[in-house]
Write a protein that binds this ligand. Structure first.
Ligand SMILES: *[C@@H]1O[C@H](CO)[C@@H](O)[C@H](O)[C@H]1NC(C)=O
Ligand SMILES: *[C@@H]1O[C@H](CO)[C@@H](O)[C@H](O)[C@H]1NC(C)=O
Length: 224
């Protein structure tokens, strides 16, 4: 009995040192946004098809496709490609999100983050994206529209909507359309592994939501 009490006291202090102990049997919640009210990914969410680094300090270097995305201050950026399915995107809003759970919310979630968290999100031309062996800092995809209102700071424990707009993919296109951008920073080192295996999603995803203004377009889009 005494031993148990000592152990219990030890356990509770060691917990208290870290954070407040999680409620028994209550899964920590994932960070949410308006496109992901429960912080999870809907089944039709689109994950990245490629993450490829480029380096301002090695502008002609083309990198191998890594397992982890990497951003370093004023040097490495990561280009992310997403393939938007044409049919499923008709009449939808395309929400580009960046899900970034903290270790508290998703223990074991794979990231390394050091710095104040200022990032630049650059958009490339629709249909363009990173190509392994070809894309370098000097030879980036054609520029396109960058998100007009990106988050000022990106930090663990949040789920950001980077850009939200009607997908507007011509219905006569086939298959999927490439959509890409880059993530750079002047002051933060950030590495992450795009994943949805530690209880909460981490990384770039496109979440499709209904476009309330898309009604009129539906008849036209269904002709093709
Ligand atoms: C990169 O390549 C371009 C064109 O080939 C060349 O002009 C430039 O000097 C190269 N830069 C470096 C840092 O090697
Ligand atoms: C328009 O079509 C899309 C895709 O088929 C569907 O998800 C959406 O609910 C439709 N919208 C309206 C207003 O009928």
């Amino acid at each position: 009995m005494k031993l148990l009490a000592v152990l219990a006291a030890l356990l509770s202090t060691s917990h208290a040192v870290q954070t407040k102990p999680p409620a028994i049997d209550e899964a920590p919640s994932c960070p949410a946004n308006f496109a992901q009210p429960d912080g999870k990914l809907p089944e039709d969410a689109i994950s990245t098809s490629l993450l490829l680094p480029i380096s301002a300090k090695a502008p002609n270097k083309s990198f191998y496709v890594p397992e982890w995305a990497k951003v370093t201050p004023n040097d490495e950026c990561t280009i992310f490609n997403l393939e938007l399915p044409v049919a499923a995107s008709q009449g939808k809003i395309c929400n580009l999100v960046f899900d970034f759970p903290s270790y508290d919310q998703a223990p074991g979630v794979p990231y390394v983050f050091h710095g104040p968290g200022h990032f630049t999100f650059t958009g490339y031309e629709f249909g363009a994206g990173a190509i392994p062996g070809v894309t370098t800092f000097e030879n980036q995809p054609e520029p396109g529209l960058s998100p007009p209102n990106p988050p000022e700071v990106v930090e663990p424990g949040n789920s950001y909507v980077i850009h939200s707009a009607p997908c507007d993919i011509p219905p006569e296109m086939e298959g999927a359309v490439l959509f890409s951008g880059s993530l750079c920073s002047e002051d933060t080192t950030f590495m992450f592994k795009q994943s949805n295996e530690q209880g909460c999603p981490l990384g770039f995803y496109v979440v499709l939501t209904d476009d309330p203004d898309a009604g009129e377009d539906n008849e036209t889009t269904q002709e093709g």
